[in-house]
Design a protein around this ligand. Sequence first.
Ligand SMILES: [Zn+2]
Length: 382
Amino acid sequence: MKKCLYNGKLILEDRVLEGKALIFSETIEAIVDEIEIQGRTDLEKIDARGSYVSSGFIDIHIHGYAGHDVMEGQVEKLKIISESIPANGVTSFLATTMTMDIKDIKQALQVVRQVRSEGSLGAEVLGAHMEGPFINPAYKGAQNKKYIISPNMDLVKEFQDVIRLITIAPEIEGAKEFIQEVKERTDIVLSMGHTNATFEEAVEAVQQGISHTTHLFNAMTGLHHRKPGVVGAALSTDVTCELIADTIHVHKGLYPFLLKVKGLDKMILVTDCMAAGGMEEGKYELGGQPVFVKDGQAKLEDGTLAGSVLKLNEGLKNIHTYTGMDLEALVRLASYNPATVLGIQDKKGSLAVGKDADITIFDENVTIYMTIGKGKVLYEKH
Ligand SMILES: [Zn+2]
């Protein structure tokens, strides 16, 4: 039976509608006046109770959740992650790998391939974000230095159907040739991250085809007026930028500045969440290294930030709280913008007829009431 959502504030790409009902099956079929659904018995009706109704959130940078990590390389574990994150409004995501032994990376990518073909009962696995191993040891962050290697096209070719995004340090040896080959042969998105590039090197990489920035400010050269670095290049070109809006990775005082400089179309909220997401604080693992989670911060033993325990809806709430901008406008940072990064905005990212029925219902505190993926209820708050 088709479903129908009513009594909500429908956040479309360019406006907010009230008094309308959203009719959907696996895809969105129609947006009609509420009066038109009265008395219809062929529809399963869902009352949004005056809440916001937006396109489902898309997390393009997440390593783990609910005690599990993509790098465990197990189908069941990836499914647990996928089934847990709809509680945060997420309807699709990129399973994100770490700099580890190439065998482990291949195993994780193989699992992504399998879950994609089998499907899961949770958020849709759109593919993989390969974060490393082609990065700069000088800005490894919580990635394991031991496994950093030169860019390797063979790995990419073998998993071209699965990899959607690669984080690479554009200044390392072999990166230029690699970027050129990836752009010529595939539609994989390239992102600069874990990088020691200068402003000039980063701008050149953008001209060559890098179009995205992995967690802006974190694990890259900073912004200095005489050495603008990767941050300077990201802010002054039109690349899209990830932001971990947990108020820990980037000071909240910069949120309004970032939105002003980059505009509402170029910022993407990500979590960079690791296995401890949604769990009690304590000792966990990230990329084979012990991580200690305390006071909402995940750190390696030496104090390096090691991913986050951020929930995507909390990131949205934070950016709303600290910029004072309307939620209706900010929702795109977690839905439409990540869809455009991946070039899938014809199917996902906004509520529009013909697109996948990926839907998130939430209140003004971004508390999630219901999450729907391709027309199926994935999460409901009780
Ligand atoms: Zn990460």
